[in-house]
Design a protein around this ligand. Sequence first.
Ligand code: AMP
Length: 415
Amino acid sequence: MNVFVLNCGSSSLKFQIIDTDLEKIANDKDICLAKGLIERIGSQALITLHVIGKEPFKSAEPIRDHKAALTYISKWISNPETRIPGINSLDDIHAVGHRVVHGAERFKMSVKIDKEVIAGIEDCIDIAPLHNPANLKGIHAAKELFGPNVPQVAIFDTAFHSTMPEISYLYAIPYQLYRRFKIRKYGFHGTSHRYIAYRYRKIMGIPREQVNIITLHLGNGSSACAIKNGRSYDTSMGMTPLEGLMMGTRCGDIDPTVIEYLIHKEGTTLDEVYSVLNKRSGVLGISGLTNDMRDLLMEIEEHQDRRAILAVDMYCNKIKKYIGAYMSALNGADAICFAGGIGENSPEIRRNVCSNMSYIGLELDHELNEEAVNGKEMEISTPTSKVKIFVIPTNEELVMARDTVRVILDVPRVF
Ligand code: AMP
């Protein structure tokens, strides 16, 4: 079955075409046939389309909206020169899987999209105004393009964390506010944390119930997750993806009083303050240079810029604090797993995070740590380390494609 997996952001669209079915899932034989990215939708868009095994096609063209972006991709798919193996036209796409950021308490697992599900995703816009509208745009555009006979499935970023206990997800505000408005921690990056936990148990050859680990998804958005008996027990992001670790441009945990104080001091609006906390804080805000970790590390190497060093040290310190908290919440964990653009590619950040952690018996193998880049899945702790350390490149698209197949065939969806 060829599954078109779609991830729509406010001005971007990422996709993969994955050939998978129940047999391929059981044998880990799913194949990614093609993938692509369209950025800056709404103006002069940057387009990268890639049939796996061939040279990527790159272009810059005006693209009006998500529907125009999908139409562009469909023309590329159907172009006889593109030659995606087994795919000659849109008729060869059998299902579509959509990433949906917020499923609130309503969606605890992936579901087939119908009118009711769309209404449910719309209801979540209230608490996810930055994300769910873009996801809905993708759903509507795909419906029009692929027609009513191609089933579509929604895969929620929040779903994996629906197993969190009250003790983890409640905020210490009047309980009635949770009852009335569902104000609570939901967590995000769930598809990624779920994939990392799945790979960990495959590597270790253990059943799901024996997975007690801390997963770190470190990218432009970053989050940590405490996984107990194979399920999400706690996670760093909150009601929205603003809470938790320091990120590329987001502040993470902060005293809420700062918001009112800033409005007062700067004579600014609530929207403007949220824009500062979401778009101009984090690594960018502290360094004053960039939100891009690779560029920041280069800057440190070349110029030893003080604020760049400070931003990196703060970023890592926050992760260390969450590891400490989750070690305690889990009464110890068997492993710490790094993923995401930073977690998968930066030995420096992993070294910094794992330093001075002898209190939990954590020992990084420095040589292995240097080797673990460019998508390598490997253990990077010493044989004597009490807590194992892994780099596990995440693959959210694979989870999405597999869930799409399972939902359509109505089989259980535990990874
Ligand atoms: P993601 O959001 O998961 O795509 O991750 C994006 C982040 O990963 C950006 O901050 C990149 O600079 C960072 N990144 C990618 N490659 C490296 C690398 N080799 N070293 C450090 N950071 C990297």
